[in-house]
Ligand binder design. Structure first.
Ligand SMILES: [Zn+2]
Length: 433
């Protein structure tokens, strides 16, 4: 997405230091602290570097603490879960216990927002300790403040006070220490309002994006959640720029994002397009789903599903189409049936087939549906079980059979049949007498 008013920023001191040829990345700028906007456009910022300060050397003791990986929340195998990696910046070795407390608290904020709440069992959360020589980050409280930190975090990025940038190669070096990263959160040891969304997927480490947030500011967590709307949900911004000439009227093709459309509600229903399945439904962010004009930065010509979702206003929930997109994003990275009994050898009479299925934690108490099949025929008596012994199958011949188990999510929060097909996983074993 290209840049609105705030995005056409003059080169700040950081940019000058990095030089004109230095690679740049696009980041989303959080909305101002006063006022509810979730974001306020994008800026191209240096991928590496920041305010210049020669990095000092870590002591022996600091070096031994640096880079330590902890599985803060363990919900199962990395291959089948979304792995969130949290790295702190501006924490000295002595402050690492507080980094861990800050990481716990920030994840609790994320997990309090639906659909994260219901699906928290699909996530592992890792912390990677980054030891900084100085406490706090650059640009706090003012642009003249420069600190020697592990990840080079700095406010006043691109001359915007609340834009909290990082040195991405330095972040990546720490992220790479975790077994896997689907999403990265960088927590700055600061109470100053700010953040940034780096929403380009990593070509080398595979994660969907980096959200930066100051650990000590309550609004920062909301900025980070909004950014995951882009990185995991592939959602568009639902805010727009009144009074900015280039963003008065959209005349381009239908946008690719699921929550942005050039269609009015009537035309959307007639064409069975975008979020038509949700039109008229009560949305958790307030009001009913419709086609509200303004969104994806444009004042007219584009519509958003609800007036004030988290993709427009901080502190709000996702709207119904947003929740559906987030769940679709979760299932891009998570599998809900994990074989606990290896599937690479034939199970015999004394063996038991075991599967792990995550618990859902939604207010409605709904759980995943677990069903067993022998040679494709359902064994209804085993529904809901997570282990079945071969002896219970009453095999009566000497052939090898297929025993399979399917976990399925029948959430009413997903209505698109294409997505519904992704909300299941199957594990299969060979069994014989
Ligand atoms: Zn945004």
């Amino acid at each position: 997405m290209v840049c609105a008013s705030a995005a056409l920023v003059a080169a700040g001191p950081a940019d000058a230091a990095a030089g004109p040829a230095a690679p740049r990345v696009e980041v989303e700028i959080p909305g101002p602290e006063q006022g509810g906007d979730a974001g306020s456009g994008h800026a191209l910022v240096p991928a590496a570097g920041g305010p210049a300060k020669s990095a000092g050397r870590l002591t022996e003791a600091e070096r031994s603490a640096d880079g330590e990986v902890t599985k803060m929340i363990d919900n199962g195998s990395t291959a089948d879960r979304l792995d969130v990696v949290i790295v702190g910046d501006g924490y000295t070795a002595a402050e690492l216990p507080r980094f861990h407390a800050d990481a716990e608290q920030k994840w609790a904020e994320v997990a309090a927002v639906e659909p994260y709440t219901t699906y928290r069992g699909l996530f592992n959360v890792w912390t990677v300790d980054a030891v900084s020589r100085e406490s706090g980050v650059s640009g706090d409280p003012d642009p003249a403040t420069v600190r020697d930190t592990a990840l080079g975090s700095y406010f006043w990025c691109g001359d915007i006070e609340r834009l909290l940038c990082i040195d991405q190669p330095k972040v990546d070096a720490y992220v790479a220490k975790a077994p896997e990263a689907d999403l990265v959160i960088v927590l700055a040891n600061s109470a100053k309002y700010g953040g940034a969304g780096y929403n380009e997927p990593s070509a080398t480490l595979g994660y969907e994006g980096i959200s930066t947030a100051s650990a000590g500011h309550p609004k920062s967590g909301q900025v980070a959640i909004h950014e995951t709307g882009h990185s995991l949900g592939k959602l568009a911004d639902e805010y727009f720029y009144p009074g900015v000439p280039d963003y008065e009227k959209y005349t381009g093709p239908e946008p690719g994002e699921s929550n942005s459309s050039g269609l009015t509600a009537d035309r959307m229903a007639a064409q069975r397009a975008k979020w038509y399945r949700w039109l008229g439904e009560e949305s958790p962010d307030g009001g009913t789903v419709g086609a509200y004009e303004g969104g994806n930065y444009y004042v007219t010509g584009l519509y958003r599903p609800t007036d004030n979702s988290l993709m427009r206003v901080l502190g709000k929930p996702f709207n119904l189409p947003g929740v559906e997109a987030m769940i679709a994003g979760f299932y891009q990275h998570a599998r809900i049936a994990t074989a606990l009994t290896p599937t690479d050898r034939t199970l015999r009479l004394r063996n038991t087939a075991k599967v792990a299925v995550p618990k859902l934690s939604g207010a409605d108490g709904r759980q995943l549906v677990v069903r067993w099949y022998l040679d494709g025929r359902e064994l209804k008596r085993f529904e809901g079980r997570t282990e079945v012994s071969v002896a219970e199958l009453w095999l009566f011949d000497l052939r090898t059979h297929r025993l399979s188990v399917t976990a399925e999510d029948r959430t009413p929060a997903v209505r698109d049949p294409k997505t519904i097909r992704t909300l299941r996983s199957t594990v299969e074993w060979k069994v014989r007498l």
